[in-house]
Design a protein around this ligand. Structure first.
Ligand code: NZQ
Ligand code: ZN
Length: 395
């Protein structure tokens, strides 16, 4: 186990009906807030109106910014930041999936600094992120997730897309930990089967990436990670089939928060190559993050089976009921079991299913290696994936 420091400062309020406390919680932090949300779902499900009423009842003045697209764009965030700054908002609330929550973090940053958000994203060609990260100053943030996937509700990072250059990258810093998050699993009842499955795959990927690439010895982290993977594996298909199963939704939601809050990965190190390959993929094709991860995972696992079969074998035995004692055989069986799990949620897909053109594979691989090589790390414990290998995985 490596040495580590861990800070988890976000106060978590979890449970059925807790969304009604949004106003009371916000009023402790600010008199005027910007409420950042997506373009459709929160209005359609009525949660936006519930949060607005709760804020108004608590005497909190609200500036609504309901323009966040899935895979949020830097120009959308910059506009939000300008409005929040000019209106004198004192707290930014992200309501929705990872996209509105990440956008809220970026808006809180831009409103404070006045810098364009593009400059903060890791690997952007201006190089400014080297000076600006980690982000030390931002307006206070609160989050209310409506989808179990990213863990953005209680972590200090976000992801933005700069459309003009097809750059998608992460930004992070201590100032971005939300002060408080209200996690009400009932808000996820309306998430479609497709996005529910994508979210479960995202949770799984946040857990397996460092587990497969990081320190060999991290025994507590191994057990934490395996327990959380099992929670996602068991409850993903239940939530897909029974959208209003509270316990399945609550388990997925809590697993998503714990998967990327730092607790499972601290002391392990490791890298996030599948995330890097997916971020480039969704920058080029604007697909759902979890869906991209589902496409890439089986091909990536075949590379891991060559390099570190024992890690894949261990995951299979602890999380997917694999019985084989030989590591090579167990690793191969793990890949089959993971594909079965994906199939059970209808997310076993190929690039061609999403209309991704073969001639974009090389430029995407070059971009993934360019950003990943410098940014969040692209080096599994044994070797660095190069452009040729990334093309092979995309293929
Ligand atoms: O378009 P809106 O109206 O927002 O509706 C959304 C969107 O269409 C809809 N939705 C959300 N909650 C719903 C709902 N529909 C019905 N009922 C509900 N309760 O679902 C669609 C997807 O939403 P989105 O927020 O885009 O999904 P997700 O949570 O997967 O977030 C994806 C973004 O987060 C980034 C991804 O790269 C991507 O940009 N990530 C952020 C991370 C972080 N902050 O730590 C880590 C992740 O690895 C990830 O990279
Ligand atoms: Zn992810």
């Amino acid at each position: 186990m490596h040495n580590f420091q861990l800070s988890m400062p976000t106060r978590i309020i979890f449970g059925r009906g807790e969304v009604e406390n949004a106003g009371a919680e916000a009023a402790k932090l600010a008199g005027k807030v910007m409420l950042v949300t997506g373009r459709t779902s929160t209005r359609k499900t009525g949660v936006l109106q519930r949060v607005m009423h709760s804020l108004e009842a608590a005497g909190v003045e609200v500036v609504l910014y309901d323009k966040i697209e899935p895979n949020p764009r830097t120009h959308t965030v910059d506009q939000g930041g300008r409005i929040a700054r000019e209106a004198g908002c004192e707290l930014i609330i992200g309501l929705g999936g990872g996209s509105p929550m990440d956008a809220a973090k970026a808006i809180a940053t831009v409103a404070k600094s006045g810098h364009p958000s593009h400059e903060y994203i890791t690997g952007n060609k201006t190089g400014r992120w080297r000076e600006l990260l980690p982000i030390q100053e931002a307006l206070p943030i609160m989050t209310i997730p409506t989808l179990a996937a990213t863990g953005s509700e209680a972590n200090n990072g976000g992801v933005l897309t700069h459309e003009a250059t097809k750059e998608k990258g992460a930004f992070s810093g201590p100032a971005l930990f939300p002060k408080v998050t209200i996690i009400d699993p009932e808000l996820t009842y309306t998430v479609s089967p497709e996005y529910t499955a994508d979210g479960a795959v995202d949770v799984f990927t946040h857990l397996y990436e460092a587990y497969l690439t990081g320190a060999e010895e991290a025994r507590v982290q191994d057990h934490l990670t395996e327990g959380l993977i099992r929670a996602a594996v068991e409850n993903g298909p239940i939530a897909v089939a029974e959208p209003e199963n509270y316990e399945a939704r609550a388990a997925l939601m809590w697993a998503s928060t714990l998967a990327l809050i730092g607790i499972a990965g601290a002391g392990r190190g490791g890298s996030f190559p599948v995330h890097q390959m997916e971020h480039t993929l969704s920058a080029y094709y604007d697909i759902s993050h979890g869906r991209g991860l589902a496409i890439l995972t089986p091909a990536y696992f075949k590379r891991v089976a060559e390099d570190r079969p024992h890690r894949l074998a261990r995951m299979g035995r602890h999380c997917f009921g694999v019985k084989a004692t030989d590591d090579q055989l167990a690793a191969a069986e793990t890949i089959e079991r993971v594909i079965e799990w994906f199939r059970s949620m209808n997310v076993h897909l190929k690039m061609s299913d999403l209309g991704i053109a073969r001639d974009s594979l090389l430029p995407m691989a070059e971009e993934a290696v360019r950003v990943g090589g410098r940014g969040q790390g692209f080096i599994p414990a044994t070797r660095q994936l190069d452009v040729r290998e990334v093309v092979a995985i995309y293929e």
